[in-house]
Design a protein around this ligand. Structure first.
Ligand code: C2E
Ligand code: MG
Ligand code: MG
Ligand code: MG
Length: 287
């Protein structure tokens, strides 16, 4: 009512969120609408590969927002916005639902059987009911936890609430989900926390891969992380592998999986299917 809007009745005649006045809030309101309609959001998939054979060993689901006016908006831009404005739990739930639906679709197709890794925001771990949400999705799509992996960024694990995090992660792991630390090496971490956290995999941040093989410090860091992870029984995946030289360095250093543009960019599900499943024969083969 006019009363609720206060004394300035003219507010009633202005658009609620004017793009020019506050582009951030306008974007939040657009995102809210996108979540309701669902048809501007997409999941893309990037393969994870064994570096020497190129064999695909997994894939990561990456969220995309196709804004009707502004075009593709990077998750790096809208995820922090969703987190700040109370939309992350809902957005995260959408991602989990879509990833499970896709996995279920692929399970009954000629697609190779691979774990889909999903990015999880800290807020989903703290605010949402992540465990029951995952359980409900697995049940509805008849999936097992081994078909979905969970990626958490390193900064999450360094949060002051990291103590609360441990039992939560342990719970998810007990359910059978594999857990990866994303962007490893970018936080202000002491390595001690690695020992305490129930994780399976380290995703070595792209920052350490970028200048390989020339940068001596990066080369040393990558080798050291690989050696440490081996000693701790953790898997390592190198992110952002773009060149043959980077890939060769990682093979020589004993890295068993890589992700990056060198093997594939993130692709819509149908594009990935076209690449991974050979064309069906259009004419029956001669007897
Ligand atoms: P991330 O989880 O570390 O994902 C990897 C990012 O690196 C992706 O960016 C991917 O497109 C990009 N990338 C992959 N290979 C290469 C490469 O060879 N070179 C370069 N330069 N980049 C490469 P994207 O898709 O823009 O996502 C950015 C970040 O947004 C993700 O980083 C993740 O933290 C977040 N994000 C994406 N989808 C979701 C989601 O569904 N939920 C949550 N909570 N966060 C998400
Ligand atoms: Mg990730
Ligand atoms: Mg990452
Ligand atoms: Mg990253």
């Amino acid at each position: 009512s006019a009363k609720r809007l206060g004394r300035n009745h003219s507010q009633r005649f202005r658009p609620a969120l004017d793009k020019q006045d506050n582009p951030q809030l306008a974007l939040v309101s657009d995102l809210r609408a996108a979540l309701i309609s669902g048809d501007q959001l997409e999941l893309h998939f990037q393969t994870q590969n064994e570096p020497s054979s190129g064999e695909i060993v997994g894939m990561e689901a990456l969220l995309r927002w196709r804004h009707p006016q502004d075009g593709m908006i990077s998750p790096g831009d809208f995820i922090p916005l969703a987190e700040r404005h109370g939309l992350m739990t809902q957005l995260g739930a959408w991602v989990i639902e879509k990833a499970c639906a896709q996995q279920s679709h692929w399970r009954n197709s000629a697609m190779p059987k691979l774990t889909i890794w999903v990015n999880i925001s800290a807020l989903q771990l703290f605010q949402g009911d992540l465990e029951s949400q995952l359980a409900s999705c697995l049940k509805r799509y008849q999936l097992t936890p081994s078909q979905i992996g969970l990626e958490l960024t390193e900064s999450v694990l360094l949060d002051e609430r990291a103590g609360e995090m441990r039992p939560r992660l342990q719970g998810l792991r007990d359910q059978g989900f594999a857990i990866a630390i994303d962007d490893f090496g970018t936080g202000y971490s002491s390595l001690g926390y690695l020992k305490r956290l129930p994780v399976d995999k380290i995703k070595l941040d792209r920052a350490f891969i970028k200048e390989l093989p020339h940068d001596q410090a990066d080369a040393a860091i990558v080798k050291a992380v690989l050696a440490m992870a081996k000693g701790m029984g953790l898997e390592v995946i190198a992110e952002g592998v773009e060149t043959k030289e980077q890939c060769q360095f990682l093979i020589d250093a004993g890295c068993k999986s890589v992700q990056g543009f060198y093997f594939s960019r993130p692709l819509p599900a149908v594009e990935l299917e076209k690449r991974l499943v050979p064309e069906p024969l259009t004419h029956p083969a001669a007897p």
